[in-house]
Design a protein around this ligand. Structure first.
Ligand SMILES: NC(=O)c1ccc[n+]([C@@H]2O[C@H](COP(=O)([O-])OP(=O)(O)OC[C@H]3O[C@@H](n4cnc5c(N)ncnc54)[C@H](O)[C@@H]3O)[C@@H](O)[C@H]2O)c1
Length: 318
């Protein structure tokens, strides 16, 4: 029996590897951090490709995979995969929605608490041997309005935790009904209402043509003075230079940023800003989430290749 080669280009958990191992028809090859030209060579006889967010499955890389049938993203966002190029070649693209939602949601909540109480700056002052009680007078989350942009897997978790903290939750999501939003305990609102009335704004939408640059200078100009911004979704949804200007003008009091226009950034001004809490795209970096997404993608790829069963496809193939 000729085995089907699955090439794993970014590291996945040992539980995910074990899940693939349950299928003798599949042969796993794990080599991470390859340059695109080396990856293209490896893909020439691969039937499946597994990536997280580091590997760019570009049109050229996909084109080199002459036998490729499926690309699996162990995670949610597929902006590192040229889905159109895959569709043209009849390659199915799968992701694992929800598998890392708790991890990403909890990071967004952690950002809100840390921003409200200036935790990172207060900690840094203690580490510098300074007892400075006066500089860190924060605010409470209780009674504040949280505006969510996107209430899918991650956004709905963030909203539910915010409700438990006594916040009012406004949500803008063009693809979710008012009834569904109400059943979550949130209030569906227009984009304008969300950005104009929120004390905290947290982004949980995918990066698309509609959301790219949605928080730009025009949007910041309409926000409440002293608003906090959290972006644990995707870089580029917030225009970084406009966020910096809004921090400087005082419109934005603080920002929690996990994702960047370029990763790692070429320009570190935003990450180094004193009122920005910056993390290096660690939203999904919990042990639990990595096990979840790795096992999910292994099951989904095996189901497709061995039984033709399609679970969580982001494109359609004939
Ligand atoms: N930082 C990280 O490591 C990390 C981890 C997990 C997810 N993410 C990112 O978080 C975001 C949300 O992930 P998810 O799993 O909840 O995705 P999801 O698909 O479950 O939910 C996304 C929601 O955004 C909504 N949406 C689409 N277009 C919109 C628009 N123009 N305006 C407002 N809402 C819009 C959709 O209707 C959907 O309800 C994605 O960008 C994902 O890539 C980041």
């Amino acid at each position: 029996m000729e085995k089907m080669k699955i090439f794993v280009a970014d590291s996945i958990s040992k539980e995910g590897i074990a899940e693939f191992g349950k299928h003798p028809e599949l042969e796993l090859m794990v080599k991470t951090g390859l340059a695109p030209d080396k990856l293209a060579v490896e893909l020439s006889d691969s039937v499946g490709l597994v990536v997280r967010s580091a590997t760019q499955a570009s049109r050229e890389v996909i084109g080199a995979g002459k036998s490729l049938k499926v690309i699996g993203r162990a995670g949610a966002g597929v902006d590192n995969i040229d889905v159109a190029a895959a569709s043209e070649r009849g390659i199915l693209v799968l992701n694992t929605p929800g598998g890392n939602a708790e991890a990403a949601g909890e990071l967004a909540i952690a950002m809100m608490f840390a921003l409200a109480r200036e935790l990172t700056r207060a900690d840094a002052s203690m580490k510098a041997g300074t007892w400075d009680k006066k500089s860190f007078s924060g605010c409470e989350l209780l009674g504040k309005t949280l505006g969510l942009l996107g209430i899918g897997n991650v956004g709905s978790i963030v909203g539910s935790r915010a409700l438990a903290m006594g916040m009012k939750v406004l949500a803008y999501d063009p693809f979710v009904s008012a009834d569904k939003t109400k059943s979550l305990g949130f209030t569906l609102a227009s984009f304008d209402k969300v950005i104009q009335t929120s004390d905290f704004i947290s982004i949980h939408a995918p990066k698309t043509a509609d959301t790219k640059g949605i928080l730009d200078a025009k949007a910041f100009a309409r926000m409440k003075k002293g608003v906090y911004i959290v972006n644990c979704a995707r870089g580029g949804i917030v225009v970084e230079k406009d966020l910096l200007a809004a921090l400087e003008s005082g419109v934005v009091k603080g920002a929690g940023v996990d994702v960047y226009e370029k990763e790692p950034p070429d320009d570190w001004t935003l990450a180094k800003h004193p009122r920005v809490i910056a993390t290096p795209h660690i939203g999904a970096s919990t042990g639990e989430a990595q096990v979840n997404v790795s096992v999910m993608i292994a099951r989904q790829i095996a189901a497709y290749l061995l039984k033709g069963e399609i679970i969580n496809a982001v494109n359609g193939v004939k």
